[in-house]
Design a protein around this ligand. Structure first.
Ligand SMILES: [Cu+2]
Length: 331
């Protein structure tokens, strides 16, 4: 699947392009500093690489053993040279240390006295979720893309219910692991309006490569709030459209619709069928059974499968109805 085809959250902002020879757009206030640090270290290393390998090659030629060439006496020490080769690298390393510490400090310390946008992030197999609450949102909004405002610092609190994931937006030059059992924090200040790619950059299983999302950077807060509310509002979507969408976003990684068993049983022909559970009990798969599977997946574990299904308490009532309607259509 190409990335462009998963760009479901097209909100009319320009899609960021790869700019420059190596790196994508510099779209946050640390991007230029990080690139400078990288190229500074790379440049100094390149100079010494060519100096040292060049000198070695030249000496091998110049002092090679040959007819008429007299062997040189080996010198025991050279104070000037020894001071130089200790002092110059020390100064260079201090410069590297100073420059990287400056940017690292900036990266780990969110601004305290500036208005910022706080977003709760969940990385789970294999999708990102972003939750907005508090002012100016009337009710909490849970959306599949990250919506932010130009020049406003964004502070993320990130959790994972399953394995280690990693939040990475190349254009912002920020990356942070998301580790089960911890809240990991990350902040950045976007400086360019547009839509940018967000990746999971810690291998997290079968569909790791599809664990992508988009970051939409708006000019004003009002535009951002409107876009979040619009993205979170599933009530205005007809149920026969909403069902397949919720299935694709939440269930498709484990449940097929074509009869093939995956991590979980297939949804084909599920509703109305007789189920057998670990421990020998049975039941008919009716609507109540599906609802229970979503709120308490471990209540009944289907025979032959592992109890790995996560809870889906965040689904709203009309969303569960839409999913059930979709399951009915898979008879
Ligand atoms: Cu991941």
């Amino acid at each position: 699947m190409s990335l462009a085809s998963v760009h479901a959250g097209n909100v009319g902002l320009p899609l960021a392009q790869s700019a420059g020879f190596w790196f994508p757009d510099q779209a946050s206030d640390v991007a230029a500093g990080h690139d400078f640090t990288f190229f500074l270290i790379l440049g100094v290393c390149a100079v010494f690489f060519f100096l040292i390998t060049g000198a070695s090659a030249w000496f091998v030629l110049k002092y090679r053993k040959r007819a008429g060439h007299k062997e040189q006496a080996t010198s025991t020490h050279n104070t000037t040279l020894e001071i130089a080769w200790s002092a110059i690298p020390t100064v260079l390393l201090m410069v590297f240390f100073g420059v990287s510490t400056y940017w690292y400090w900036h990266m780990v310390n969110p601004p305290m006295n500036e208005k910022s946008l706080d977003v709760a992030v969940e990385g789970r197999k294999w999708k990102w979720w972003f939750e907005y609450k508090g002012e100016p949102f009337k009710s909490p909004a849970r959306v599949a893309d990250l919506y932010v405002v130009k020049d406003t610092p964004v502070r993320l609190s990130m959790v994972s219910p399953d394995v280690i994931h990693s939040f990475f937006v190349p254009a912002f030059r920020v990356k942070q692991d998301v580790v089960p059992g911890r809240i990991n924090r990350l902040w950045f200040k976007p400086t360019q309006v547009g839509t940018f790619r967000l990746y999971c950059t810690e291998y997290c299983g079968q569909d790791h490569s599809e664990m992508t999302a988009w970051v939409h950077v708006f000019e004003t807060e009002a535009e951002m709030v409107q876009a979040v509310i619009k993205a979170a509002d599933t009530k205005s979507i007809p149920p026969e459209e909403l069902g397949p969408r919720l299935y694709a976003e939440n269930c498709a990684s484990c449940h097929s619709k074509d009869g093939k068993a995956g991590l979980g049983p297939t949804f084909k022909g599920l509703l109305g069928s007789q189920r057998e559970f670990e421990g020998g009990t049975t039941a008919t798969a009716d609507e109540a059974y599906v609802r229970e599977s979503l709120s308490d997946p471990k209540a009944k574990v289907v025979k032959g499968f592992n109890p790995v299904m996560p809870e889906f308490k965040q689904l709203q009532a009309h969303e569960v109805d839409a999913l059930i309607l979709y399951l009915k259509s898979l008879k």
